[in-house]
Design a protein around this ligand. Structure first.
Ligand code: PEP
Ligand code: MN
Length: 360
């Protein structure tokens, strides 16, 4: 579906959209302290605080509910910062709109459920308010786009996406694995859709917040959402990833390098055009090599077929992987990259051999 989006916030400067505030609103005093600290930095565009919290397990803090909405009003009155909160059903939308919340966001656990997203979208029909849509917890780009389409179909044009990473099983340095390629593909499909990186929920810890935020800007995404709490260690939700407004300013915001999308500098363009041309040539060469490799695989497939030998030979596959890893890592490629590419190539080889096997 064709969609054209408008910027979520009206701003005069062309710089990233900066969103910060506590994971959850806990008390009027806590919300105001966070907001005052952030407003003092003079860098924040939008203040966030969760009023209704979708928690993984029952019994965890599920947000203060509607009593917290007047606190957000106070934030706005006192600091001038517009405010945003998460909505997941009709009642949330009505309460938030009634309280004058400026921007709504749809959380990762809501984006996964088309019924819930549709309910929120229906409640928004005829309302002109910016909506931020987090990626679903599972790495499914279609589901993310589907949620954006549902909100778009309600007539909302000021939509942005939030990249907050994806759930996983087992060990990881991330709380939610970023899988940047998914957001990159979203940007490719919808170039005017602003994408905001939620480094807090990707990292789940404090020491990696800067690196992940920088990565987002290096990829030319449009903004940053970070959880900031006046007393992070005492936070009622997501304590491990929250930082104080002072740390946010000194250790995160001030250390970020904002990149430009492009420049008028002709020398830069000449140099980059030259390098891109070389890269295109290498990509062409890679395609030719892949095609040659598949031709060889087909030859092997024919051989296996004639001799009634199974396609998958685990020993051989191990050998390929080990050779690749040894050479690749020596050449400065990451293990992850070598493994992923070799797996894809191996799978394509199997597909080609299968075709040969099944043919006459
Ligand atoms: C949040 O922003 O506090 C939150 C609940 O995030 P997510 O929906 O990304 O888990
Ligand atoms: Mn949180």
């Amino acid at each position: 579906m064709e969609m054209t989006f408008s910027p979520v916030l009206a701003r005069t400067e062309k710089r990233p959209i900066i969103i910060a505030g506590p994971c959850s609103a806990e008390s009027e005093e806590q919300v105001l302290q966070a907001a005052r600290g952030l407003a003092a930095l003079g860098k924040v565009d939008l203040f966030r605080a969760g009023i209704w919290k979708p928690r993984t397990r029952p019994g965890e803090f599920e947000g203060v509910g509607a009593i917290g909405l007047p606190w957000l009003k106070k934030v706005k009155a006192e600091t001038g910062l517009p405010v945003t909160t998460e909505v997941a059903n009709t009642q949330h939308v009505f309460e938030a709109l009634k309280a004058g919340v400026d921007v709504l966001w749809i959380g990762a656990r809501t984006t996964v459920n088309p019924f819930s997203v549709q309910e929120v979208a229906d409640a928004l029909k005829g309302v002109d308010i910016p909506v931020l849509i987090k990626n679903p917890v599972n790495p499914d780009l279609k589901l993310w786009i589907g949620a954006i389409e549902r909100v778009y179909n309600a007539g909302i044009r000021r939509i942005a996406a939030i990249q907050r990473g994806f759930s996983h099983h087992g060990e990881s340095n991330y709380r939610n694995i970023p899988r940047w390629q998914i957001a990159i593909e979203l940007k490719r499909l919808f170039p005017d859709l602003e994408i905001i990186v939620d480094n807090s929920h990707i990292c789940g810890r404090r020491d990696t917040l800067l690196a992940v935020a920088q990565k987002g800007f290096d990829l030319n995404f449009d903004g940053l959402m970070t959880e900031v709490h006046p007393r992070p260690d005492e936070a009622w939700s997501d304590a491990a990833q929250q930082i104080t407004p002072e740390v946010y300013g000194a250790e995160l915001y001030n250390k970020l390098k904002f990149r430009l999308a492009t420049t008028d500098n002709q020398e830069f363009h000449n140099n980059i055009d030259h390098l891109r041309h070389e890269i295109d040539e290498i990509d062409d060469e890679l395609m030719n090599l892949y095609a040659r490799r598949m031709k060889l695989a087909e030859g092997i497939g024919k051989f296996k077929k004639d001799n009634n030998i199974a396609i998958l030979q685990t020993n051989r596959w191990n050998e390929i992987l080990e050779r690749g890893l040894s050479l690749g890592t020596k050449k400065g490629l990451s293990e992850e990259f070598v493994e992923t590419t070799l797996k894809a190539i191996h799978q394509e080889s199997i597909n080609h051999q299968e075709k040969v096997m099944q043919g006459n």
